[in-house]
Design a protein around this ligand. Structure first.
Ligand SMILES: [Fe+2]
Ligand SMILES: [Fe+2]
Length: 181
Protein backbone atom coordinates (compact mmCIF):
# COMPACT_ATOMS: atom_id res chain seq x y z
CA UNK A 1 0.00 0.00 0.00
CA UNK A 2 1.23 3.46 -0.89
CA UNK A 3 -0.10 6.46 1.03
CA UNK A 4 0.90 10.07 1.54
CA UNK A 5 1.18 11.26 5.13
CA UNK A 6 -2.18 12.47 6.44
CA UNK A 7 -4.11 10.83 3.56
CA UNK A 8 -6.15 7.61 3.59
CA UNK A 9 -6.02 7.11 -0.18
CA UNK A 10 -4.17 4.04 -1.42
CA UNK A 11 -2.29 5.71 -4.28
CA UNK A 12 -1.85 2.40 -6.12
CA UNK A 13 -5.47 1.31 -6.16
CA UNK A 14 -7.92 4.01 -5.18
CA UNK A 15 -9.90 5.41 -8.12
CA UNK A 16 -9.64 8.91 -6.64
CA UNK A 17 -5.86 8.68 -6.95
CA UNK A 18 -5.76 7.34 -10.51
CA UNK A 19 -4.94 10.70 -12.13
CA UNK A 20 -2.02 11.16 -9.75
CA UNK A 21 -0.84 7.58 -10.20
CA UNK A 22 -0.96 7.91 -13.98
CA UNK A 23 1.51 10.84 -13.80
CA UNK A 24 4.14 9.03 -11.69
CA UNK A 25 3.60 5.30 -12.27
CA UNK A 26 6.81 4.88 -14.30
CA UNK A 27 8.85 6.64 -11.61
CA UNK A 28 7.35 4.46 -8.87
CA UNK A 29 8.83 1.42 -10.65
CA UNK A 30 12.23 3.00 -11.26
CA UNK A 31 15.12 1.40 -9.36
CA UNK A 32 16.79 4.73 -8.49
CA UNK A 33 13.54 6.10 -7.08
CA UNK A 34 13.02 2.86 -5.12
CA UNK A 35 16.58 3.12 -3.81
CA UNK A 36 15.43 6.11 -1.76
CA UNK A 37 13.67 3.57 0.49
CA UNK A 38 17.13 2.66 1.83
CA UNK A 39 17.71 6.08 3.41
CA UNK A 40 15.88 7.63 6.34
CA UNK A 41 15.08 11.30 6.01
CA UNK A 42 13.02 12.92 8.78
CA UNK A 43 12.41 10.85 11.92
CA UNK A 44 11.37 7.34 10.83
CA UNK A 45 10.32 8.51 7.36
CA UNK A 46 12.36 7.24 4.42
CA UNK A 47 13.53 9.50 1.67
CA UNK A 48 11.14 7.68 -0.69
CA UNK A 49 8.12 8.27 1.57
CA UNK A 50 9.07 11.92 2.04
CA UNK A 51 9.30 12.41 -1.72
CA UNK A 52 5.96 10.65 -2.18
CA UNK A 53 4.38 12.94 0.43
CA UNK A 54 5.76 16.05 -1.25
CA UNK A 55 4.82 14.80 -4.71
CA UNK A 56 1.22 14.06 -3.75
CA UNK A 57 0.57 17.38 -1.99
CA UNK A 58 2.39 19.30 -4.74
CA UNK A 59 -0.01 17.62 -7.17
CA UNK A 60 -3.11 18.35 -5.05
CA UNK A 61 -2.28 22.04 -4.66
CA UNK A 62 -1.37 22.51 -8.33
CA UNK A 63 -4.55 20.68 -9.39
CA UNK A 64 -6.60 23.03 -7.21
CA UNK A 65 -5.11 26.07 -8.98
CA UNK A 66 -5.08 24.39 -12.44
CA UNK A 67 -1.27 24.69 -12.58
CA UNK A 68 1.14 22.08 -14.00
CA UNK A 69 0.22 18.90 -12.11
CA UNK A 70 2.54 16.66 -14.11
CA UNK A 71 5.67 18.69 -13.27
CA UNK A 72 4.50 19.12 -9.68
CA UNK A 73 3.98 15.38 -9.13
CA UNK A 74 7.07 14.15 -10.99
CA UNK A 75 9.55 16.75 -9.74
CA UNK A 76 8.14 16.26 -6.23
CA UNK A 77 8.90 12.54 -6.41
CA UNK A 78 12.46 13.25 -7.62
CA UNK A 79 13.30 16.36 -5.60
CA UNK A 80 15.45 14.63 -2.94
CA UNK A 81 17.12 12.00 -5.14
CA UNK A 82 20.54 12.64 -3.58
CA UNK A 83 20.96 8.93 -2.63
CA UNK A 84 23.08 9.02 0.51
CA UNK A 85 22.42 9.07 4.26
CA UNK A 86 22.59 12.77 5.10
CA UNK A 87 22.76 11.98 8.82
CA UNK A 88 26.26 10.55 8.38
CA UNK A 89 27.31 12.76 5.46
CA UNK A 90 30.45 14.76 6.23
CA UNK A 91 31.40 17.43 3.69
CA UNK A 92 35.08 17.56 2.77
CA UNK A 93 35.85 21.21 3.44
CA UNK A 94 39.28 20.89 1.78
CA UNK A 95 37.43 20.12 -1.46
CA UNK A 96 35.06 23.03 -0.89
CA UNK A 97 32.09 20.76 -0.09
CA UNK A 98 29.31 22.34 1.97
CA UNK A 99 26.64 21.07 4.36
CA UNK A 100 23.90 18.80 3.00
CA UNK A 101 21.19 21.46 3.32
CA UNK A 102 23.06 23.78 0.96
CA UNK A 103 24.10 21.21 -1.64
CA UNK A 104 21.58 18.37 -1.89
CA UNK A 105 19.11 20.13 -4.21
CA UNK A 106 21.86 20.45 -6.83
CA UNK A 107 23.06 16.88 -6.17
CA UNK A 108 19.52 15.61 -6.70
CA UNK A 109 19.13 17.71 -9.85
CA UNK A 110 22.39 16.32 -11.26
CA UNK A 111 21.28 12.73 -10.53
CA UNK A 112 17.87 13.36 -12.08
CA UNK A 113 19.33 14.97 -15.21
CA UNK A 114 21.68 12.03 -15.68
CA UNK A 115 18.89 9.47 -15.44
CA UNK A 116 15.61 11.06 -16.60
CA UNK A 117 14.34 13.49 -19.16
CA UNK A 118 13.06 16.56 -17.31
CA UNK A 119 11.63 19.89 -18.42
CA UNK A 120 12.92 23.34 -17.49
CA UNK A 121 10.02 23.66 -15.04
CA UNK A 122 10.88 20.35 -13.36
CA UNK A 123 14.54 21.47 -13.11
CA UNK A 124 13.43 24.68 -11.40
CA UNK A 125 11.24 22.74 -8.95
CA UNK A 126 14.02 20.29 -8.00
CA UNK A 127 17.00 22.65 -8.05
CA UNK A 128 15.33 25.43 -6.06
CA UNK A 129 13.22 23.52 -3.54
CA UNK A 130 15.58 24.57 -0.72
CA UNK A 131 14.87 28.29 -1.11
CA UNK A 132 15.33 30.41 1.04
CA UNK A 133 18.12 28.37 2.69
CA UNK A 134 19.72 28.41 -0.75
CA UNK A 135 19.13 32.13 -1.04
CA UNK A 136 20.41 32.54 -4.60
CA UNK A 137 18.16 29.73 -5.95
CA UNK A 138 15.10 31.96 -6.35
CA UNK A 139 12.01 30.15 -7.75
CA UNK A 140 11.06 31.19 -11.29
CA UNK A 141 7.72 29.35 -11.37
CA UNK A 142 4.66 29.17 -9.13
CA UNK A 143 4.99 25.34 -8.98
CA UNK A 144 8.44 25.87 -7.43
CA UNK A 145 6.95 28.14 -4.77
CA UNK A 146 4.50 25.31 -4.02
CA UNK A 147 7.28 22.77 -3.38
CA UNK A 148 9.21 25.26 -1.23
CA UNK A 149 6.18 25.36 1.09
CA UNK A 150 5.03 21.72 0.78
CA UNK A 151 8.53 20.33 1.40
CA UNK A 152 8.79 22.19 4.71
CA UNK A 153 5.24 21.31 5.71
CA UNK A 154 5.79 17.59 5.03
CA UNK A 155 9.14 17.66 6.83
CA UNK A 156 7.40 19.16 9.86
CA UNK A 157 4.60 16.55 9.81
CA UNK A 158 7.11 13.69 9.36
CA UNK A 159 9.09 14.90 12.37
CA UNK A 160 6.21 15.83 14.66
CA UNK A 161 3.59 13.10 14.03
CA UNK A 162 5.76 10.10 15.07
CA UNK A 163 6.75 11.98 18.25
CA UNK A 164 3.13 12.78 19.06
CA UNK A 165 2.22 9.10 18.52
CA UNK A 166 5.03 7.99 20.85
CA UNK A 167 3.92 10.50 23.48
CA UNK A 168 0.30 9.33 23.10
CA UNK A 169 1.32 5.66 23.48
CA UNK A 170 3.41 6.47 26.56
CA UNK A 171 0.48 8.40 28.03
CA UNK A 172 -1.97 5.54 27.33
CA UNK A 173 0.42 3.03 28.92
CA UNK A 174 0.56 5.16 32.06
CA UNK A 175 -3.23 5.60 32.18
CA UNK A 176 -3.91 1.87 31.58
CA UNK A 177 -1.26 0.92 34.15
CA UNK A 178 -2.98 3.06 36.78
CA UNK A 179 -6.39 1.60 35.98
CA UNK A 180 -5.19 -2.00 36.33
CA UNK A 181 -3.31 -1.22 39.57
FE1 LIG B 1 15.43 18.59 0.04
FE1 LIG C 1 12.44 17.32 0.66
Amino acid sequence: MLKAIGSKLNLLRDQKAKDYYYLVSDLLDNELVLKMKEFTHHGDTTCFQHCLNVSYYNYRICRFFSWNTRAAARAGLLHDLFLYDWHTYKPDKDKGERLHGFTHAQTALKNVRENFYISELESDIIGKHMFPLNITAVPRHRETVVIVLVDKYCGLLETVIPRLKKAENAFLRIVRGRRSA
